[in-house]
Every structure is written in C-alpha cells, then in structure tokens.
Design a protein around this ligand. Sequence first.
Ligand code: 6PG
Length: 239
Amino acid sequence: MTVSVFPDRSALMLAAAERVTQLAERCIRERGRFDWALAGGKTPEALYRLLAGPPLAARIDWTCVHFFWSDERCVPPEHADSNYRMARESLLDRVAPPRGNVHRLRGELPPPLAASRYEQELSALAAPATLPRLDLILLGMGADGHTASLFPGSAALTESKRWVVATSIAGRDVARLTFTLPLLNAAANVLFLVAGADKARALAQVSTPDDPERLPAHRVQPVSGELAWLVDSEAAVLL
Ligand code: 6PG
C-alpha cells in the first residue's frame, strides 16, 4: 500500500482536494460523469469545503458528478450524526448538483429496506451480473481500524454477495448502513484520508498487519483499481 505523508492537516486536505479534482476532471472528460462515494465522519469535511470553493470548484462540472455514500448512520437526513447532512452543508449546498445526482443512503428507512433499495440504485451503474465500479470511493479509518461501517469482528466483513448491508455496532446505539468489501474492492479508485495522532497505531497496524483479517481497513484492496492512502504526519508517526 502506498502511503503519502503530508506535514500537517492543511497540506493533506489540499493534496487530497487536488487529487479528487484531477480524477473528476479525467472521468468527466473521458466518459461524461464522475461516480463518487463520499466518506463520513469528521475528517473529510475540510476536504469537501475546499472542493466547494475557489479555485477548485470551478474546475469540476458538478452537473456530471454523481454522489454516493459508502456508509450512513440509520438516522434521518437532518440528524446531527448524518453523513449526508455533513456533506450537504460542506459541499452539496454550495456546488448544487442536479437532485437526481445525489444518491442518498436513506437512513430514515428500516435498515434492511434502505440497504436493498440502495443496491437497486447502484445496479444502474453496472452491467447485469457485474459489480458497480465507482470511479472513486473516499474512505476514512477509525482508531480501531474500521472503515466505512465495517468494524473489527463485524459479520458484515464476511459478506461476499451483498453490496450494501445494515449493521449494528457493539456499544453504539445507532445502526449503520455500509458498503461491503466486494463493493469497496470493485472501485476504480479508493482513497483513504487519515489524519491525527489517534489514528497512528491503527495505521501502523494496517500497513504491517500481523493479523490482516482483523483490520477492516487493511482488507480494502481494489481488485483492479488504484489504492492510495493520504495521511498527515501525526497519523504517520509510527510508520
Ligand atoms: C463514519 C465513517 C467512518 C469514519 C471513521 C473516521 O460514518 O463515521 O464512515 O468510517 O470514516 O470513523 O472518522 P473520523 O474522520 O471522524 O475520525
């Protein structure tokens, strides 16, 4: 796994924003659209804000960008914990893509129904009997090595057929919806964005795992896509 280390969070976000912009420009130039699954949590918000403002926003034709989410909390879209809400406030409200381009994971629905509906929505991207190949899946990583809502020991990690599943996390009261490893690993590009000293131990473990099955983030290895880790120096301190 190639890890790019940046001196601080600001440099990390600028580099990530440039990388996403170049990928979007290329995909839109080559096939007229950019299918992008956003990450949740707190880290990517600064990236979204950079992309929504000058000079980067003007480089992307947002009418060609289709937004997806690699996971969501099972809450309504305006809930403080909603990954959709964070992206709407930091990016979507400012770049105003066509409504039909925003493919929200419906956290307000019964989770199994939300998961199966999302799979139907994703199937429009794929030829019959093939996996959807998103142009970019942006991911974060938790201090325990989780990514999307795939947590260590979760049954969702063993899912080999479904693309999106509902999952509950021990000790957390809100259920989640998440992409599974088959869908994550079908992506054309996966970009991990990791910052902060609290991620240093997990990042060191992911890069040299003694038990690779244990760390979900390590198991994201695109079958025929590019994998990049962009991290700040605090997260990289143990590498
Ligand atoms: C979520 C994310 C999750 C996140 C990590 C890191 O819904 O929370 O999908 O996988 O990326 O937990 O979160 P932070 O960026 O807040 O550290």
